[in-house]
Design a protein around this ligand. Structure first.
Ligand code: UDP
Length: 419
């Protein structure tokens, strides 16, 4: 199904790589490789100096940026050659719904979290104590979810169940994921070095450690993780962030890609880099994650469980060690270990406690050692899910069909606007 000439879809994404990356990727399959049809507009930066990172919650910072950007958005829409017929917002950009109403655009929400989070929002209006909950989802008629039916069967069935829908009609949801981030190759020296290092490691032998685009750890926790890696005696790639100016696990979240150069030896334990240089690679700030996860040498992902990282791991059949830090990451971690069973069950209590090196070593060995029965189950399950994810996005698969229906719907809606 190809978008018609009249179909003009605007996607507004709130700041944060976890929203921006899937929103950009959502456009690719719908445009069927016709990138001429894609126009990426950066809204002008917003002055945020009055909100201090570490003192203002991440959600407040994100929603403030969206709110302060509405005037620019409005003027871009108003002056565009063809007013968009559809507006897709994300969980943090609901303030833009008034603009959609003003320009008679149909309203969709792109959910870059798991479907349980979406279902929770859909049913919030039922919870009387939540003020203004109507603004969250009830004004959005349709949802687009970066997930696939087989991954979240129970939640999906509940969302489309007639009896439940009678109680409170949720916005209908189109599961179109996992939205694939193509492995485009890289020109960055650090990334090239990292991938050729992986080429020289045995299959399934490398642990990839990363806390997403902006997650960070305290100095004490970094030390424990370093010793945990050493004790496990496994090969690893570790994406590190400066723990010296650590304030909150989410402090760097909105600065991803902007981070200043760091020297890991300033905050890793003395001698760590020398002792591990034969088996480990430490990358400051950022790594080509999709390329790493799709490499045959990678056997496990110790992850903060952001939803994109979760899907990228599933799509590549890589079992996980969950290490959630904030937001929906806790929900995802439980989902991975308890529901779909592709992640080690952690004995770490959520909260501020430091995870000790022995527990880290235990989890790494559990997932990565050939002989471990529990680890074998996780690895098998990860392979099964990979097959089912690939099936969902291939021609005729559930997500492929959902996306076709969505484009057809946009075409119909746009035709009626034009008449
Ligand atoms: N990412 C990356 N390199 C990094 C860190 C993150 O390419 O070093 C990408 C990752 O592949 C994913 C996104 O950034 O697509 C992070 O999204 P996620 O939802 O996992 O977590 P968030 O960053 O929003 O906490």
């Amino acid at each position: 199904v190809t978008p018609t000439k009249q179909t003009h879809v605007a996607i507004l994404t709130s700041p944060g790589m976890g929203h921006i990356i899937p929103s950009l990727e959502l456009e690719s399959p719908t445009l069927q490789n016709n990138q001429d049809g894609l126009n990426v507009i950066n809204l002008p930066p917003v002055d945020m100096t009055h909100l201090v990172a570490g003192e203002t919650s991440l959600v407040v910072r994100i929603t403030t940026i969206v709110r302060e950007s509405l005037a620019s958005l409005r003027s871009i829409i108003e002056t565009s050659q063809q007013i968009p017929t559809v507006l897709i917002i994300d969980l943090f950009s609901t303030d833009a719904l008034d603009i959609a109403d003003e320009f008679k655009m149909s309203k969709y929400m792109f959910c870059t979290a798991n479907m349980s989070a979406y279902a929770f929002l859909a049913y919030l209006p039922k919870i009387k104590r939540v003020k203004n909950s109507n603004d969250l989802v009830q004004r959005v008629v349709w949802g687009v979810a970066d997930t696939f039916e087989d991954l979240e069967q129970e939640t999906y069935r509940a969302l489309i169940d007639d009896e439940i829908a009678e109680l409170i009609p949720p916005p209908s949801v189109y599961p179109v994921g996992p939205i694939i981030k193509p492995t485009v190759g890289t020109s960055q020296n650090q990334a090239i070095h990292c991938l050729s290092w992986l080429d020289n490691q045995p299959n399934g032998s490398v642990l990839f450690v990363s806390f997403g685009s902006g997650g960070s750890l305290s100095s004490e926790q970094v030390t424990e993780l370093a010793f945990g890696l050493e004790l496990s005696q496994k090969r690893f790639i570790w994406v590190v962030r400066n723990s010296i100016d650590f304030v909150l696990p989410s402090s760097y979240y909105l600065d991803a890609g902007n981070t200043k150069e760091i020297d890991p030896s300033d905050f890793l334990p003395d001698g760590f880099l020398t002792r591990t240089h034969q088996v480990g690679l430490v990358l400051p700030n950022w790594a080509p994650q999709v390329e790493i996860l799709s490499h045959a040498s990678v056997g496990c992902f110790l992850s903060h469980c952001g939803w994109n990282s979760t899907l990228e791991s599933i799509l590549n059949g890589v079992p996980m060690i969950p290490w959630p830090l904030f937001a929906d990451q806790h929900l995802n971690a439980t989902f991975l270990s308890d529901d779909i069973k592709v992640a080690a069950r952690t004995q770490i209590p959520p909260g501020k406690e430091v995870i000790r090196r022995e527990e880290i070593e235990r989890m790494i060995r559990l997932v990565m050692e050939e002989g471990d029965e529990e680890g074998q189950k996780l690895r098998r399950r990860a392979k099964e899910l990979k097959t089912s994810a690939l099936r969902a996005i291939s021609i005729g698969g559930s997500s492929y069909n959902s996306l076709c229906q969505l484009v057809e719907k946009w075409n119909t809606e746009s035709d009626s606007v034009q008449l």
